[in-house]
Design a protein around this ligand. Structure first.
Ligand SMILES: Cc1ncc(COP(=O)(O)O)c(C=O)c1O
Length: 444
């Protein structure tokens, strides 16, 4: 059976796409790309076509595909043992990752402890367990536009209905949702800075009509909303939100699954806002592409759950932990984050130049090299250009650039390229994007 959603050019890719359609559950988005090999920021497909990678496997390749130090660490650990289950036999790589996270954590408190699990969703689930246990309260507040995963609780915390939630209810109880800090489409109809960041102050109002603060265990927020469209709150936002959480003893969980590990030019994105949260979740680039995630937080919170209350068979796999130790070393190595920051500044300059030329680019936003352009049909009404965005992604793929979209309307192009991308690859990627924009949209 041929899947009509798959449009591929090469013979090998065509054959594999047909096999996929026959044997793989079709509920997962079907990309055109069929990968044979990847290195740094370059992907080669099964027909030998070369692509510049602006997606990084959705932000999991900040240190680049197959970073040599990460591959060596994986090989070395593989020669010793592949699995133990941390609840059957203690092993050092797990403890070493937790120690490094404690040393590097942006969280408040002098002592930090971590739990290692497998996926972003599992980290968020466990952060909520820790917050509920610590407070004895049931409710969790998430934001419009948020994405926290696909398990029952994290799907409930996730905002966008289609495709993430449609047909999968009933949802987990005691999840509440308040407006986000989406300055380009302010839910309060205000403008920054005269708004005085009313979206953060609104939490007090939210308690009146939605859920009592005395019943609220946690507020969970992404520093930059990943799947939600790289929505980037103004500088004052998190300090205001944190002050309200503190006032009521609510745990502030910062979901850094997509934003951490150098993605924004800093190890943790929340550093841009200068606050120290209670708990932080990480995953994606943490182990260079192997499944590993972490919940890190103040010891008083993390020490709460009883023995056996936390865990999992595969959580903190030794090979993934060894990879993570290598990833952290690379990220903190000389010049890596500085180069990421410089990359972000260069990309920002290029996106703004494209915005000046192409009417369709309504907004440029983000931090460091975690940037996005929001595409609109006209700049006054800001009508989301969803079909055009889809076409742009397809055109880029055909020209040799792997790019992914996001946003509630699917009209945002985001950059999650490996941060080791070369100048030449960056030039090629932007040249392809520019040429695709030329095909798509009139110049101003
Ligand atoms: C902010 C955030 N939280 C949680 C998740 C879920 O992670 P996973 O797909 O590894 O379960 C994601 C995935 O994109 C994410 O971006």
């Amino acid at each position: 059976m041929h899947n009509p959603a798959v449009s591929v050019t090469g013979a090998q890719a065509e054959r594999i796409a047909e096999e996929r359609a026959r044997y793989v559950a079709p509920g997962m988005t079907t990309p055109r790309l069929v990968v044979a090999q990847a290195e740094g920021a370059r992907i080669t497909d099964v027909d030998g076509r070369s692509f510049v990678d602006f997606a990084g496997g959705i932000g999991c390749q900040n240190t680049g595909h197959r970073h040599p130090a990460v591959v060596d660490a994986i090989k070395e650990q593989s020669d010793r043992f592949l699995h133990q289950c941390f609840m059957v036999g203690t092993y050092e790589p797990y403890i070493d990752v937790c120690r490094r996270l404690a040393e590097l954590s942006p969280c408040a408190g002098s002592e930090q402890r971590s739990l290692l699990v497998n996926t972003g969703a599992e980290a968020v689930e466990n952060a909520v367990k820790v917050a509920r246990h610590a407070t004895g309260r049931p409710a969790v507040i998430a934001l419009e536009g948020s994405f926290h995963g696909r398990t029952l609780l994290t799907m409930t915390l996730t905002s966008k209905v289609k495709p993430y939630k449609l047909g999968f209810g009933p949802f987990a109880p005691e999840v509440y949702r308040m407006p986000n800090a989406y300055c380009y489409r302010c839910p309060f109809g205000l403008r920054y800075p005269s708004c005085d960041v009313a979206c953060a102050d609104y939490l007090e109002e939210f308690f009146i009509g939605n859920v009592a603060p005395e019943q609220t265990a946690a507020v969970i927020v992404e520093p930059i909303q990943g799947e939600g469209g790289f929505v980037t709150p103004p500088p004052e936002y998190f300090a205001k939100l944190q002050a309200i959480c503190k006032k009521y003893g609510i745990v502030l969980v910062i979901d850094e699954v997509q934003t951490a590990m150098g993605r924004t030019g800093k190890l943790f994105a929340i550093e841009h806002w200068g606050i120290a949260p209670d708990v932080v979740t990480t995953a994606k680039s943490l182990a260079g592409g192997l499944p590993l995630s972490a919940v890190t937080g103040r010891a008083e919170l993390m020490d709460g759950p009883h023995v056996g209350g936390l865990g999992g068979t595969f959580g903190g796999n030794p090979v993934a932990c060894s990879a993570a130790l290598a990833v952290l070393e690379v990220l903190l190595g000389e010049g890596f984050l500085a180069r990421a920051e410089a990359l972000g500044a260069e990309m920002w300059r290029r996106f703004e130049a494209l915005q000046r030329r192409f009417e369709i680019i309504g907004d440029v936003r983000g931090k460091g090299p975690m940037l996005a352009i929001e595409l609109v049909r006209d700049r006054v009404k800001k009508t989301p250009a969803a079909a055009e965005t889809k076409k742009l992604v397809k055109l880029c793929y055909e020209k040799g650039l792997v790019l992914i979209a996001c946003g509630n309307h699917g009209n945002v192009i985001r950059t999650l390229m490996p941060l080791v991308i070369t100048d030449e690859q960056l030039d090629r990627g932007f040249a392809i994007l520019e040429s695709a924009l030329q095909e798509l949209s009139p110049e101003r």
